[in-house]
Write a protein that binds this ligand. Structure first.
Ligand SMILES: [Zn+2]
Ligand SMILES: [Zn+2]
Length: 172
C-alpha cells in the first residue's frame, strides 16, 4: 500500500457547458494505492478549480470542488505464462473496467468522470442569486426594488394611444 500526493495541470475539456475545470489549472490529488488480488485499488480525493457561469444572472463563477475517487484498476489479462494477452476488443467497444497498463495507472479518465458527476447542472453564483428580470433582463441584484407595473393586457391598447401616461413605471 502506498500513499501518493501529486499536483498536475488540468487537461482540456473536463466539465459540462456551464461549468468546468479550466485547462492548465492545478489539480491536487491525494490517493491511496492498495494492492489487491485483481489489481490496484485507488481511493482518495482530488481538489479541482472550477470556472463557469451562473445559470441565473450569468455572472462568472469560480469555485473549488473536492471529489472522492475510488476505483479498482485491474491487471491486464495474462496467459498461463504470465504474459499480457493482446486484447481482442476493438477500440469501439466500451470497456467498463479500468486497466493498469504495465506499471501505469491513468487517473485522468477516473477524474474526468468523477468531476462531471459532481458538477451542478445549473450552477449559481450563490444560493439566493436573484437572477435577471424576466421582463427586461435587468440584473436584479443591482436593485432589489426593480419591478415593472404590470398592466392588464386589456388596457394595453389604450396605453399605446397615450390614454395611460403612467403605464411604464420602470425603476432603473
Ligand atoms: Zn447569479
Ligand atoms: Zn425589468
Amino acid at each position: 500500500m502506498s500513499q501518493v500526493s501529486l499536483t498536475a495541470a488540468a487537461p482540456a475539456g473536463i466539465g459540462i457547458m456551464s461549468i468546468g475545470v479550466p485547462e492548465g489549472s492545478e489539480i491536487e490529488c491525494d490517493v491511496r494505492l492498495e494492492s489487491v488480488i485483481e489489481g490496484v485499488l485507488v481511493s482518495g480525493t482530488a481538489r479541482v478549480q472550477l470556472t463557469g457561469e451562473c445559470s441565473r444572472c450569468l455572472d462568472p463563477i469560480s469555485d473549488e470542488l473536492e471529489i472522492d475517487l475510488q476505483e479498482l484498476y485491474v491487471y491486464e489479462e495474462t496467459d498461463a505464462r504470465g504474459r499480457p494477452v493482446e486484447s481482442a476488443e476493438s477500440d469501439a467497444e466500451v470497456d467498463e473496467e479500468r486497466h493498469l497498463v504495465g506499471d501505469h495507472l491513468d487517473l485522468e479518465p477516473l477524474l474526468r468522470d468523477a468531476v462531471v458527476l459532481d458538477l451542478p447542472l445549473a450552477p449559481v453564483c450563490r444560493d439566493d442569486c436573484p437572477g435577471l428580470c424576466p421582463h427586461c433582463g435587468f440584473r436584479l441584484e443591482d436593485d432589489p426594488e426593480h419591478h415593472h407595473d404590470v398592466i392588464d393586457p386589456r388596457w394595453a391598447a389604450l396605453g399605446a394611444l397615450g390614454a395611460m401616461p403612467d403605464q411604464e413605471k420602470e425603476e432603473d
